[in-house]
Design a protein around this ligand. Structure first.
Ligand code: ZN
Length: 280
């Protein structure tokens, strides 16, 4: 194995551990903010109300959801700790979800894939950052149907910086990708709203497609949306069997965007081949 792939794998395991915190805490932080904002807006806050308990990505430190005992540093090692603890809290033996080590493993593997594809290069460093955002957004949207602005908006600006720094695609492609990505879903969603009178898609999806466009360019946008629709249909069929639930489109967009980012050249080659073959 190349040294950079191994390095990316280990970095990914550590970043995955942090992503678990983001995935769990960010939606709670958003809801706390909305509650606080609504109370202020409606004049429901008294002068001597107690300050809400501080809750962000750093405080309070991680602790068991059942007994509240703190997670010690040695219990915080990606995957290994979960295996040593056999998936149970050290104090009260409540099971710890297998999702935590799985998110760590997934992050490690995807970072390794990026490093394997792009080698020891700035694109790999940026690509790992993109991967981390995509994983956080995918799980948060699947859990809560939110795509937090705190993640989608920076991802748009980071996409421009990435292409400006590495020349992965031209800045023109990145700019058009972001604009067309946002506008196409915005128009589609508003047309649907006029027609059916209900929201078909969340505003977070527009921002996410804008971000994916900023990273991968206008040239890849159609393929990404098509791929996302396919992922959505497959996931929808599986879910429909399981239980009736609204589908989040965000994860499909994120996954399709990531695939196109990593296999950028092959996807473009495939599209050109298909267009040529179809006589366009
Ligand atoms: Zn416990």
């Amino acid at each position: 194995m190349n040294i950079e792939v191994l390095f990316a794998l280990i970095l990914g395991l550590l970043v995955g551990s942090f992503l678990n915190v983001v995935i769990y805490r960010l939606p709670v932080m958003m809801e706390n903010d909305w509650t606080q904002f609504s109370k202020e807006h409606l004049g429901l806050i008294q002068e001597n109300d107690p300050q809400p308990e501080k809750f962000n990505l750093m405080t309070p430190p991680s602790r068991c959801g059942n007994c509240g005992s703190p997670v010690r540093p040695w219990q915080n090692m990606p995957i290994i700790s979960w295996l040593i603890l056999r998936g149970k809290c050290a104090s009260c033996h409540t099971p710890i979800s297998i999702r935590y080590p799985l998110v760590e493993l997934l992050t490690g593997l995807l970072f390794a894939l990026v490093a394997w594809q792009y080698g020891w290069s700035p694109i790999t460093v940026w690509g790992c950052l993109f991967t981390a955002f995509v994983i956080a957004l995918t799980f948060i949207d699947a859990d809560t149907q939110y795509l937090p602005d705190q993640l989608t908006m920076p991802l748009i600006w980071l996409g421009f910086l990435f292409n400006w720094h590495t020349g992965f695609i031209s800045l023109e492609q990145a700019m058009l990708g972001a604009v067309v990505g946002y506008m196409s879903l915005w128009i589609l969603s508003n047309a649907y709203k006029l027609w059916r009178g209900v929201d078909g898609m969340g505003g977070g999806d527009f921002k996410l497609l804008a971000a994916v466009g900023a990273w991968t360019g206008l040239q890849n946008l159609a393929v990404i949306v098509l791929m996302a629709a396919c992922v959505g249909i497959v996931a929808g069929l599986i879910k429909r069997v399981a239980k009736q639930q609204p589908m989040a489109f965000g994860p499909c967009l994120a996954i399709a965007g990531w695939i196109v980012f990593v296999w950028h050249d092959k996807v473009l080659y495939g599209v050109n081949w298909w267009l040529h073959k179809s006589g366009f």
